[in-house]
Design a protein around this ligand. Structure first.
Ligand code: ZN
Length: 366
């Protein structure tokens, strides 16, 4: 194992509209560069990990001995050359060079890169472009054929000797190390990159997903001579739930949880129980306009967790039927819905089978 990992975290983030350099901004509860560092460490593939930064003061944590922090240069290519010169004394065989702005690569990708270095001097992850690309020569625009175009990612893997010599002789500013091989007509092994391994370039890349939570609770009294509806389906039982509607406590709790997450008040605001037009309304009908708002506002449900609180009927007997029904009503994958049954040790009205209650928590994103 004579592999070295260089993380370039000394960029000035010109496109990143913030006072703090982006590599030190928190992303998923860690500084951006730490995602790459932690992954390289836990992969156990590297003898040393070189973190190249401009501002050492930003790094407060203690890292293991094999993590070396050095100061970078003005341009990206300066920083990578400084790091290559630094590791020369260790006689490395393989070196991987990576931009800290790509926190989402996998350890599998690292392994694949190192493996391909057994028979290649350079191994570069690429993906094909989802967008069509135009390029400009002397003010004239040309279309780039998408099927022949690749987007290169990092980490990029090299035999140390080759990339070191190429870097020493490099005069121009380059965007990545693959460029050195291409400019010198040297062979590169292209391997499949990862679509999630995208570069965090703009502040919006970090802040684009917001998560909201909502809770809902409902309880209805059980009465004879009424059908029992739970989660939109009829359940055979000695009693049904009393209410202005069909009394479906699961759907009512879901409606309140969704409204809560969207910050749209509550079920009573949408369906006042003094309005006769809602009398005996089936609850799936009440859910519909709520789903409509959800879709219109571009929200989507991440998951739902439901506690059905009753002595009888037994949840385990109807769980998959109820989840199927909810999956259809909400247009949501079954594996994003969880239903738990909870008894109350025969206490109170619920314990005496005179009422059923339900609570729901949901998470949505926009
Ligand atoms: Zn209700």
């Amino acid at each position: 194992m004579n592999n070295y990992f260089i993380i370039l975290a000394s960029g000035q983030s010109k496109r990143f509209n913030s006072n703090k350099a982006k590599q030190f901004i928190k992303y998923k509860n860690k500084a951006l560069f730490e995602h790459s560092l932690d992954k390289a460490l836990s992969s156990k593939l590297f003898k040393k990990i070189i973190l190249v930064v401009n501002d050492r003061k930003q790094i407060k944590k203690k890292y293991p001995k094999n993590v070396i922090i050095i100061k970078g240069g003005k341009e990206r290519s300066d920083s990578s050359l400084i790091a290559l010169k630094y590791i020369k004394k260790f006689n490395p065989i393989n070196v991987l060079i990576h931009d800290a702005a790509r926190p989402n690569f996998t350890i599998k990708l690292l392994k694949k890169l190192i493996k391909t270095l057994k028979t290649n001097k350079a191994s570069i992850p690429v993906i094909s472009s989802k967008d069509s690309i135009k390029y400009k020569v002397n003010n004239q625009l040309f279309n780039l054929n998408r099927s022949n175009s690749y987007l290169t990612q990092t980490p990029q893997a090299f035999k140390f000797k080759d990339i070191y010599n190429l870097s020493l002789n490099q005069k121009n500013i380059i965007q990545d190390e693959a460029t050195l091989f291409i400019n010198n007509n040297l062979k590169i092994k292209f391997i499949d990159g990862e679509t999630l391994n995208n570069k965090i370039t703009y502040k919006e890349d970090i802040n684009n997903i917001k998560i909201y939570f909502g809770i809902g609770f409902d309880v209805h009294r059980l009465i004879k001579n009424k059908k029992l509806y739970l989660g939109g389906i009829k359940i055979p039982f000695h009693s049904g739930l009393k209410g202005h509607s069909d009394g479906d406590v699961i759907l009512h709790s879901i409606i309140d949880a969704l409204l809560g997450a969207m910050r749209k008040k509550d079920i009573g605001t949408f369906f006042p129980d003094n309005k006769s037009k809602f009398k005996n309304i089936r609850s799936p009908k009440m859910l519909k306009p709520i789903i409509h708002i959800l879709n219109k506002k571009n929200f989507y449900i991440n998951n739902l967790d439901i506690n059905l609180i009753c002595e009888q009927p037994k949840v385990s007997k109807y769980r998959s039927k109820i989840i199927n029904s909810l999956s259809n009503l909400l247009n949501l994958d079954k594996d994003l819905i969880n239903l738990k049954g909870k008894t109350v040790e025969k206490l109170g009205l619920i314990g005496k089978e005179k009422a059923i209650a339900c609570e729901v928590i949901c998470s949505i994103s926009q």
